[in-house]
Write a protein that binds this ligand. Structure first.
Ligand code: 6PG
Length: 242
């Protein structure tokens, strides 16, 4: 496993650095008359990134060359306060000029198993394929306090190696159903980036980066790109034990 660490002083610095990375990739894709096929996570951390993208890249980002997919979604309606799409819409999508045809929402309001199947088909139709899995250019991941990523939780490690590209998960505490990309889809991406901030993530991040034996219980420890690279954009508090 090859790790690349980008450590910023604080969460705003992390978001600014990651926004610039996305901008550079998107501009290159536009110059190639291609798309940046980007999958984004939910939770609180990406919210700052979306706000920076909306505030500082509203006019400069080639949004018509950016296609947005989701890493996972809670099985709630899009306007529900827990919806990952809803958070992305409020922080970013509602503030930029991006074609609706570039947005590929996981429909949390649908029956979970049927939505997982529908989203698998979307990925087949919209993305190139390699190794029998869809290929994203960039997947943005977060990491929970328990080491989960996407909606692959420590008690559902089968989702890490499932032969399907998209599956239904269950939050271990709330029982909430989730739609999630599986580990094999994530590891098929050209780039896999974790955005991790906060002191509460420091211990697990250090165990993963230092490849401690106990890291193997964390789904996040299994995530890397198709060329075996994992990129971490972290703040100084999350990196404090590295
Ligand atoms: C979700 C996310 C999830 C998230 C982690 C970290 O739907 O909740 O996709 O995997 O990335 O839980 O969440 P925070 O950024 O809020 O710590």
């Amino acid at each position: 496993m090859n790790y690349k660490l980008h450590i910023s002083e604080n969460a705003v610095g992390v978001a600014k650095s990651l926004a610039e990375k996305i901008y550079i990739i998107a501009k290159n894709k536009k110059s190639e008359n291609s798309f940046l096929n980007l999958a984004v996570s939910g939770g609180s951390t990406p919210g700052l990134l979306f706000e920076i993208l909306a505030a500082e890249y509203k006019e400069t980002m080639p949004w018509k060359s950016v296609r947005i997919f989701w890493v996972d979604e809670r099985c709630v309606p899009p306007l529900h306060q827990e919806s990952n799409y809803g958070m992305t819409h409020d922080a970013l999508l509602s503030k930029i000029d991006i074609p609706a045809s570039n947005i590929f929402r996981m429909k949390g309001e649908e029956e979970p198993e049927s939505e997982a199947i529908r989203y698998r088909n979307i990925l087949v139709n919209e993305l190139s394929s390699a190794n029998n899995f869809p290929v994203f250019d960039l997947i943005l991941l977060g990491m929970g306090d328990d080491g989960h990523t996407a909606s692959i939780f420590p008690n559902q490690m089968h989702l890490n190696t499932l032969s399907e590209s998209v599956a239904v998960a269950t939050h271990p505490l709330s029982g909430q159903k989730r739609i999630t990309l599986t580990g094999n889809t994530i590891r098929n991406a050209h780039e896999v980036v974790f955005m991790i901030t906060g002191e509460n993530k420091a211990k697990i991040l250090a165990e993963i980066v230092k490849q401690k034996p106990q890291a193997k219980k964390y789904p996040a420890s299994y995530m890397h790109s198709v060329n075996d690279v994992t990129i971490f954009y972290v703040d100084s508090t999350a990196a404090s034990l590295l």
